[in-house]
Design a protein around this ligand. Structure first.
Ligand SMILES: [Zn+2]
Length: 502
């Protein structure tokens, strides 16, 4: 492992010392990118297999080689010069596909200057190894030391992002994932404004009920439980059914034959719900799902797979591989996963497949969503606000967010341990993607109902609609444009909030 890293460091230094000006015309640019994308895809596949082996332990996992190869590719001097050169005059590119490839390449290369920086990359790898749970506790640093190292990693990311001209790393993450920091903060304001009267009512009703003047987080236990019951899976299996069988039936209802898909699912004890990996787009999708997970988790991972397995665009940088920052919008990918999972929440589908009578779910969801949307915003905003000033006390920041958004005083006390959550290392600034995903899946399903009627869950043309507008073109269109093409609107936050009555 060490040897690989040393070689890669040497290459990194060498490639940066060459500095000749390279000029290519549009045709040469195309051939140049064709060649680089072949290498890029080869590394993506190697990375996918390595990650698959980490999760399933089917074979020995080597994540360092693909990571080092990515670093070498992305620090390639001619690639950087050519992409920067053409990106600065992108309107001059006559071919739209080539234009988009340059755009995505530019984002990937920018992201790599932070995420694939040798210092960041090595610390992140080391922390991931320590936090993975596979190393005995006595062989890893103390919780406090780990927490300090995570803070150091965050500071390094910030430093590099600021050097590139971004305000901080969180702003860079949002901009490179095609969400945009300013757009996102307007989105946050809208959610806060629209949910406020409904959240106020929840709190005031609870105060009356409990005959208390102030509410603590513990007073919400009843509501939280009621909400989770309502959002839990309505479709459960009897002893003759399997998850794959149930997924096949639901897919078959909308016109997809599961048997013909290049998909493989493995059920295994893992420290998360599930993880779907597009190893080779569109020909090899695999997912590992934790033992005992409900159907919606299986369908979520399958949704990642449907997006990958029905991608027809054939330029690797536009195929939606997920290993490098800037390749696409993870919120959209999560949205495609949730679009699949949402079939398990469709009333007509539930009627067909549930063993039990289900009612009253939606009224509970509508009543309490204001609170849960605000809860979600706390974890999302914590990281975004923290990157603004990494010298602030994270516990004070958390308490302030709870106070501003949920009106709670000191819910977590005076300490916050960064090492308790691996997302700060492995999935930085990621949680907002699940909020976007819920809206995207709601929006897609609303459109399907509009086009195919209430029983759209049993219309075989639904798959063609999903493939045409949401899967096949990969990253060719920016994600908001895909939504516009497929639903008539960009992300419909207003419609989503109205669906709860807000
Ligand atoms: Zn997902």
């Amino acid at each position: 492992m060490l040897i690989v890293k040393k070689i890669f460091l040497l290459l990194f230094v060498l490639t940066f010392s060459i500095n000749a000006q390279i000029k290519v015309n549009e045709n040469q640019l195309k051939s140049f990118l064709d060649e680089k994308e072949k290498i890029y895809e080869d590394i993506c596949i190697q990375m996918g297999i390595a990650n698959w082996n980490v999760y399933t332990q089917e074979n020995e996992a080597d994540q360092n080689t693909p990571k080092a190869r990515f670093s070498v590719l992305f620090s390639n001097d001619s690639l950087n010069q050519i992409i920067n050169g053409w990106h600065s005059k992108i309107e001059n590119i006559s071919n739209d596909t080539l234009k988009r490839r340059v755009e995505v390449w530019h984002r990937v290369l920018t992201g790599a200057k932070v995420d694939m920086d040798p210092e960041v990359f090595e610390l992140e790898n080391q922390l991931e190894e320590w936090l993975s749970g596979s190393i005995p506790k006595e062989e890893i640093p103390s919780t406090q030391e780990l927490s300090n190292m995570i803070l150091h990693l965050m500071k390094l990311r910030n430093e590099k992002a600021i050097k590139l001209g971004y305000e901080n790393y969180a702003v860079m993450m949002l901009d490179l994932s095609e969400i945009g920091y300013n757009w996102f903060m307007d989105f946050v304001d809208e959610i806060l404004k629209r949910t406020k009267p409904h959240y106020d009512k929840i709190i005031n009703d609870l105060k009356k009920e409990l005959k208390k003047d102030t509410i603590t987080i513990f007073d919400l236990r009843g509501i939280i439980q009621e909400y989770y019951m309502a959002t839990g899976d309505a479709i459960t299996l009897n002893e003759n059914q399997t998850m794959i069988g149930m997924m096949s039936s639901i897919l078959s209802d909308i016109g997809i034959n599961y048997e013909e898909l290049p998909a493989r699912f493995v059920e295994k004890e893992v420290p998360y719900g599930g993880n779907g990996l597009a190893i080779n787009v569109p020909n090899d999708f695999r997912a590992v799902v934790n033992v005992g997970m409900p159907l919606s988790v299986w369908m979520h991972e399958l949704g990642h797979g449907l997006q990958a397995m029905f991608t027809t665009i054939n330029y690797p940088i536009l195929e939606g591989y997920e290993w490098c920052l800037g390749e696409g919008c993870p919120g959209y990918s999560e949205g495609m996963a949730e679009t699949s999972a949402r079939f398990t929440r469709n009333t007509e589908v539930i009627k067909k497949y549930s063993q039990y009578e289900v009612n009253n779910q939606n009224s509970v969801i509508n009543k309490y969503s204001a609170m849960f949307l605000r809860f979600s915003l706390i974890s999302v905003l914590f990281e975004i606000e923290f990157y603004k000033d990494l010298n602030q006390d994270p516990a004070v920041l958390t308490n302030n967010l709870y106070k501003d958004i949920l009106y709670f005083d000191n819910p977590i006390g005076s300490s916050l341990n960064l090492s308790e959550n691996i997302i700060y290392v492995s999935y930085p600034v990621y949680l907002q993607n699940y909020m976007l995903a819920d809206i995207i899946s709601w929006q897609v399903h609303s459109k399907l109902e509009e086009v195919f009627g209430k029983e759209y869950g049993f219309n075989k043309d639904v798959s063609n609609y999903l493939i045409k507008y949401f899967y096949s073109s990969g990253e060719y269109f920016p994600w908001q444009e895909r939504l516009l093409n497929g639903t008539g609107k960009e992300l419909d936050v207003d419609g989503y909030l109205k669906s709860f009555g807000y």
